[in-house]
Write a protein that binds this ligand. Sequence first.
Ligand SMILES: [Zn+2]
Length: 244
Amino acid sequence: MRNRVANRSGIVIRRRVTPAGDIIVTLLTPQGKLKAVARGGVRGPLSSRLNLFHHVGTQVYQGPHNDLASVKQAVLEGALPTLAEPERYAFAHLMAEFADALFQEGEFSEQAFELFAAALRGVAHQPDPEWVALVMSYKLLGLAGILPQTARCARCGAPEPEHPDPLGGQLLCRSCAALPAYPAASLDFLRGVVRRTVRMSMDRPVAAAERPLLWRALEKFVAVQVGNVQSWRQLVPSAGAAAS
Ligand SMILES: [Zn+2]
């Protein structure tokens, strides 16, 4: 019987410490999502390395009967210290929970890893981290093949809908809608963000006042299409504002 040791490099997107002092981490890697435990990790050098948003190179051991892999070693390969700033931290946390909800364990996606890593760098360095988070959330959805319908009314199929769809986060035509139409810039964003390059979307940010409506649409769309996103939903700005 052979035990398996593997080297995996990835970004910590979830971290939990158990009462026994183990650290359970979820890494997003170019080979997919990986959940592993560092036993007794809180008391050793792994504790500071296996921090949220750190890019780490790990050696993991998969025992013959353990379902959860063990982290044996971890080296820090990259960190984004500006993510500690409260506003940036909030959006980085949102992106990490989003990636966790969107991608399954073992699902191979180098592109998802690259896009997520770019999103974190953007949130860390761009002057408008909220806009980075909105743009990259839609790009990650597009990569996962979960695309909001924007060409036709989500309810009746009429062309060129312009109104919010409060239940499904897509778009409704004038006769199906109860809410006023989206402002032009928001509508342009919703119609174009998935196929446009990140740079193009970054160059035409929607005004801050219009964003709560976009967050609400994203939150609804993801809740309906992805499901099981409770922890993510609590981090979405509009959901938080509505709850408080
Ligand atoms: Zn309609």
